[in-house]
Design a protein around this ligand. Structure first.
Ligand code: EPU
Length: 334
């Protein structure tokens, strides 16, 4: 049933040439149930957009590639859509936009699949998936049982969910249901870059498709396309520091961008910190820091996962020395 020694290069957006000792593409729930009944220690691979493979994988790799999008309910204002885990995220967003269903347009062009989107509560340009999330179904690996998770069950946070924390490695997300607007869409255009982009395009009263186009233009101008240069989006999370710490930094760097979360806590962009440490655009062999967005580490061609990890650790150390801030990795290191 399993294929032996399969390269995962095309199945992770970093383009790392790690090998799966045993590999199986799963396209149906029945096959997944069968596997889970006989194997308990599995490596579940989906869009491969948030992992850095630093070694070959000994566990059986399940490449979850289940497809299907369906409208499961609708009323005058809202529509509930269920998408299977293996659906490509951006294609799913486009499907919703074609039908004039609103809510996911700010999340256009994010690499990865539907099934992994709740794992790290993907977010961009003022929206996170938790804002449109209704529920998901996931299979418990130990029992094979399918459980329903509501928004509360998922414990979403900034690039966080229960699946990255207490339930890590225990469930396989099978499908996700979103509640979208069927009319009276809520337009999220507060993010500065979106406003600028709409102005350039001369759009004063944007619809959901205008927002999607603006987001796509911004992402294409700043972020490398994983099909061309391997990457996994933001490698680090934006750190939250105390206001006291921030004010100290601000005296030395008056232009430090920041976002107050409360009176005591301030979020600062990791990209700015990494750039200030001189890493932006730097290349070390085939591993590097992207020239337009210092938060994105890249594989120019043949970098190994451990090369990228070594670079990430050097960045963490330098940022810690310069700013007394510990950057946390957003990407899962395997
Ligand atoms: N900045 C720099 N130098 C850089 C990069 C950024 O100075 O090299 C500064 C910018 O000037 C700006 C600030 O940092 O003042 C914020 O930059 P940007 O708007 O590009 O957003 P970000 O905080 O770097 C976050 C998300 C992205 C998401 C964008 C837009 C995280 C870790 N990253 O990036 O998410 O697309 O906001 O909402 O929260 C991802 O998670 O993979 C990802 C791409």
């Amino acid at each position: 049933m399993f294929q032996k020694n399969i390269s995962l290069r095309t199945l992770n957006t970093f383009g790392i040439a790690a090998t799966a000792k045993q590999f199986l593409e799963v396209t149906s729930l029945e096959t997944l149930e069968e596997i889970v009944s006989s194997h308990k220690d599995l490596f579940i691979l989906s869009g491969g957009s948030n992992i850095l493979l630093t070694q070959d994988i000994d566990k059986p790799v399940i490449y979850l590639n289940t497809k299907g999008i369906e409208i499961i309910d609708k009323n005058r204002d809202s529509v509930w859509i269920k998408a299977q885990a293996g659906e490509n995220w951006h294609e799913f967003v486009c499907w919703c936009l074609e039908k004039n269903f609103g809510g996911l347009e700010n999340l256009s062009l994010i690499p990865g699949n539907v099934g992994t989107s709740p794992m790290q509560n993907i977010g961009a340009y003022g929206v996170e998936i938790k804002d449109c999330f209704e529920s998901l179904e996931a299979m418990e690996i130990s029992s094979g049982e399918i459980r329903n998770f509501t928004t509360d069950d998922c414990a979403f946070g900034y690039r966080e969910s229960v699946f990255k924390n207490t339930l890590k490695g225990q469930f396989i997300i099978l499908n996700v249901t979103f509640k979208l607007t069927a009319k009276n869409h809520k337009i999220n255009d507060d993010y500065g870059a979106i406003k600028e982009q709409l102005k350039i395009a001369n759009i004063v009263d944007p619809g959901i498709n205008d927002i999607s186009r603006a987001v796509i233009a911004i992402r294409q101008s700043k972020l490398p396309d994983p099909k061309e240069i391997g990457n996994s989006g933001s490698f680090f999370k934006n750190p939250v520091i105390s206001t006291i710490h921030f004010l100290k930094l601000q005296t030395m760097h008056p232009n430090i961008p920041h976002y107050a979360l409360s009176e005591e806590q301030i979020k600062v962009p990791a990209g700015w910190l990494v750039e200030k440490c001189g890493f932006k655009g730097k290349r070390f062999g085939d591993a590097g820091v992207h020239k337009n967005q210092a938060l994105v580490l890249v594989n120019y061609k043949n970098a190994q996962g451990k090369d990228i990890l070594a670079l990430a650790r050097t960045i963490q150390k330098t940022v810690s020395q310069e700013f007394e801030i510990d950057l946390e990795m957003e990407v899962n290191i395997i």
